[in-house]
Design a protein around this ligand. Structure first.
Ligand SMILES: [Zn+2]
Length: 124
């Protein structure tokens, strides 16, 4: 049976084919965020799995790249540092290449999730 899980990071529902239980960790297939199942009744509710910011964003970008078959360019370290600075200043991993600190720009940003890397050959 396929279950629908709402990802609070990319704010989209995804379908999940395995059993869930409270405390189970799942990776969002859309944004690669690590989530933890917090409730299964009356409906499934997942939250971001609590991690240190550096561990969280490192894992998310590595997992996302692996899921999509993307490779990092030489700016990886700079971008990761920029993401951490945005997290410290604004409370989430907003893309350092983008001006607005809005949910659509949380890494991986909406344009990236919609295939910008495939179209352009790179992220902005
Ligand atoms: Zn997600």
């Amino acid at each position: 049976m396929k279950l629908k899980i709402y990802c609070p990071v990319c704010r989209i529902n995804f379908m999940y084919g395995e059993e869930v239980f409270v405390g189970k960790q799942v990776i969002c297939p859309i944004c690669a965020a690590r989530l933890e199942i917090r409730e299964t009744e009356p409906e499934i509710r997942a939250e971001r799995f609590p991690m240190e910011p550096e561990a969280e964003i490192s894992e998310r970008i590595e997992t996302y790249a692996r899921l999509k078959g993307y490779v990092f360019n030489e700016d990886k370290g700079l971008v990761k540092e920029g993401l951490l600075q945005k997290y410290r200043r604004y409370g989430d991993f907003y893309c350092p290449c983008r001006f607005d600190n809005i949910p659509e720009n949380v890494c991986p940003c909406l344009d990236t999730r919609k295939g910008e890397v495939l179209r352009e050959g790179k992220c902005l």
